[in-house]
Design a binder for this molecule. Structure first.
Ligand SMILES: CC(C)(COP(=O)(O)OP(=O)(O)OC[C@H]1O[C@@H](n2cnc3c(N)ncnc32)[C@H](O)[C@@H]1OP(=O)(O)O)[C@@H](O)C(=O)NCCC(=O)NCCS
Length: 183
């Protein structure tokens, strides 16, 4: 981790995927993605309805890594640049971080989320020098549990009514994590 806390923008390749920093031009695709009912439920943005302005602010916040607290990447098809999803390290601090993700409906079921999570996690350990990355998902979201398992995040326990999701209800969550020292 740089002493300044600054995390420099990166592009990460993973076979037919390219993980790259967000751009203003992604805003229309992000607007559509954030309106997807499953993403609205499990990756709630809070606040205002998702319109063009909200989507543009969303990509600009994620493109600005200057605080050192997050590293957020668009997951795209390397061949044609199509937006497939989002993967982010949040709360980067003192060797720890949390990871979050979504994929657009058309990209689901192709291991896009698993491969993006694995690639970003490998980078977090190898290049950012992190030691522990946590992943939380609602117990009611089994697809996300599968992503966590397949990406090598060990289940560590259940957090009771720990997070308020898109429908305004609190849900139990599974906490998973990977350590840099895991095999
Ligand atoms: C969860 C999500 C990211 C998975 O994305 P994806 O690109 O389809 O994931 P992958 O293809 O990498 O892997 C999905 C795995 O989940 C499994 N899966 C999909 N839907 C499932 C369901 N309803 N129940 C159980 N498993 C399910 C798939 O079979 C696959 O497992 P497999 O590799 O053993 O076949 C995507 O569905 C999504 O964005 N959902 C809405 C938002 C969300 O849940 N975000 C995560 C918040 S923690």
């Amino acid at each position: 981790m740089p002493d300044s806390g600054l995390v420099e923008h990166v592009e990460l390749s993973a076979a037919d995927l390219l993980l790259r920093p967000w751009r203003d031009a992604d805003a229309p695709a992000v607007r559509d993605a954030l309106r997807d009912p499953a993403i609205a439920q499990w990756n709630p943005q809070g606040g205002d309805p998702i319109d063009d302005e909200v989507a543009l602010l969303w990509v600009r916040r994620r493109a600005d890594w200057s605080t050192g607290g997050h590293a957020s990447l668009a997951v795209t098809a390397a061949a044609d640049g199509e937006l497939l999803g989002s993967v982010s390290l949040h709360r980067i601090h003192d060797g720890d971080a949390s990871i979050g993700y979504w994929t657009v409906p058309a990209a689901r079921g192709r291991q896009v989320a698993v491969r993006a999570v694995v690639r970003l996690t490998d980078w977090a350990f190898a290049d950012l020098g992190l030691h522990r990355v946590e992943l939380c998902h609602a117990v009611a979201n089994p697809a996300s549990c599968r992503v966590a398992d397949r990406a090598g995040y060990l289940a560590e326990g259940t957090l009771r009514e720990s997070y308020r999701y898109g429908d305004g209800r609190r849900y139990d969550e599974h906490l998973h994590a990977r350590l840099a020292t895991d095999r």
